[in-house]
Design a protein around this ligand. Sequence first.
Ligand SMILES: *Cc1c(COP(=O)(O)O)cnc(C)c1O
Length: 400
Amino acid sequence: MKKHKPADSIQDIQYFGEYGGVNPSIADSSTFTYMAGKTMEEVFGGEREGCYLYSRHMNPSTGYLAEAISNMENTEAAQVAASGMGAITSVLLQICGAGDHIVSSRTIYGGTYAFMKNFLPKLNISTSFVKTTNLEAIEDAINPATRLIYCETMSNPLLEIADIKAISEIANRHNLKLVVDNTFTPLIFSPKEMGADVVVHSLTKFINGASDTVGGIICAEAEFIHQLIDVNDGASMLLGPTMDALRANSILKNLRTLHIRMTQHSKNAYYLAVKFQELGLNVFYPGLSNHPQHKLMKTSMNEEFGFGGMLMIDTGDMEKAYKLMEAMQNNNIGYLAVSLGFYKTLFSAPGASTSSEIPEDEQEKMGLSEGMVRMSVGLDNDIERTFQKIKACMKETGVL
Ligand SMILES: *Cc1c(COP(=O)(O)O)cnc(C)c1O
């Protein structure tokens, strides 16, 4: 089988805009005209496809973005959403109804965790949170009401790597859908190629890479995408997490440099991870040979893009973590801010921010400690210079 080349499949799309533009024209319209009343009736009745009707359903500009990212993930189709959470919640509510059950990784994005833990029970949908690196625990959590298995390829914030191939075998055996959040590792992992049924992304992070907007996407088989935008019972259509055409167009333009950015983020993160480890720090980075899933990642990733731009260090206590982050911001190394994928380094303490939805005792069970600092390493041209500046901050704040 020919191996899928995710960056090439973005590069190879050819655009001819309305006036021969090299970028597609922006469809700045919420609604679309019909020449005959009958045609509109047929579209609403689902008897006719391929017509634009209303932009919450489909818009040419969100369609171009969906096409490019579904090419990247090698899925038949995709549906853009206004945010990563808009994408994730639509998928979960499309697949699950009252009485259903989800098996989810316990190390997931805080918002996703909160949705499953606090919101879905209101609809009588329950979730078992398991350690997805333990395949037996996944299998044990499945019951007759289970509809899907949910995980992140590289988990937030502990940077654990899921064995998508093995998990998809479990999903297949029990006739469940495997939903994978690939936000931390676009291009690096191709979850659908490894057996995922649905791949979601927060476009807010690496894919857009400019920290100027939120966005999301759902990549899957055409049949599932059609279900999501069904005018009668589609979660995307009826919940309405719609992205605007202007924004979709700007994200599409940023997507085209994703392969260059991911390679540089990975190169810089690897450099810092090695240097931090040499300083004797406790470093979490899947590119290091002491990372528990280093071998798994090496054998399942698209190697040319590296081990990703995320790394985490444990400073030992919260006060030190805060002091270090403040010193790094004061020395213009980056920003004390949540989110990831920016050209500058972003750092936050996950326990008190992006994972704060997860109760403290659960955080401890997961291996999260309060002194941890998560970094989304930037595109710095001279990473040795950055390392020296961080090292000085570490000395100043007693981390070293
Ligand atoms: C940020 C993030 C989300 C949520 O995306 P939004 O665009 O903020 O709604 C989901 N999953 C992961 C892994 C994320 O990092």
